[in-house]
Design a protein around this ligand. Sequence first.
Ligand code: AHM
Ligand code: MG
Length: 331
Amino acid sequence: NKNSLGLPIGTTLDRFIKKKQDEFEFATGELSQLLRDIALAGKIINREVNKSGLLDITGAYGSKNVQGEDQQKLDVIANIRFIRALRNGGQVCAVVSEEDEEIVHLNPHCRYIVAIDPLDGSSNIDVNVSIGTIFSIYRRTSPIGGPVTEKDILQPGTEQVAAGYILYGSSTMLVYTTGHGVNGFTLEPSLGEFVLSHTNMTCPEDGEIYSINEGSFHQFDKSIQDYTNWCKDQGMTARYIGSLVADYHRNMLKGGVYLYPNTKKAREGKLRLLYECNALAFIAEQAGGMATNGSKRILEIAPTTFHQRTPFYIGSKNMVEKVVEFVAEKA
Ligand code: AHM
Ligand code: MG
């Protein structure tokens, strides 16, 4: 029941991070603090998510909450909470978020940049289905103390220092990597602590599950249409929650492939490179899986804009390679 660090199942996230810092990884402790801040934000968002069905009820008493703020949608609340936690934690100079058009500038004397989707799976928020938070951490390349530049933000995924996600599912989990394997922590609600539950997570090389929104079939390129038909010929299982984190997480554990291709409506695909795809691609590779846009490794795509989209194929290695074969044949 011990992982490679000799830490037993049940170790709290805080202790795990501390132990890693002591042993080899983050000399200054700043990254450790940042990871703890993200976990704290996750717990706060988890609390909001859990009572989300009650928001309308409390809203019925008036459109303002106790602080006099207007009642807001959960994804907006999550963004506010997340950025507040990062600001108070004091390790981050800038945030790029799905919820903010522009960069959010925090403390210029800090080293780290965070890219986040505070609450992904927006169509599932109001219907009590799993949703997630996705985050990537980068080191700025410009000098500490000066203004954060566009170049600091537009780094390829290979430069991630750490990345992870929080899944608000039947239980709440935080999964992250710093480039030394992937570990998963489950929130123990009565303690309010994430505890180590999944050590050195790996993704099976093969699987039976394919996850794609087949309602858009007629909008796919022929290669992806052929691929989904091939999946059916193989007798595979279709699973699609419509929540990237949940779909990815299931496939990583069970073996499967997730596809969000370019479509006639979404010509570049739908998902965002900086705060949706890169984090999951880093985790997938650390777990022995693979992530591509069809012709290029996701982590090597050089971003040109903050909110850019990309076709996204991720999951079990052999299954993603099969998708690449189909895409290459029709190119
Ligand atoms: P969002 O950022 O607006 O929530 O959109 C991202 C979500 C993913 O979680 C999910 O995989 C995908 O959109 C589903 O899209 P679709 O409904 O087109 O299948
Ligand atoms: Mg999103």
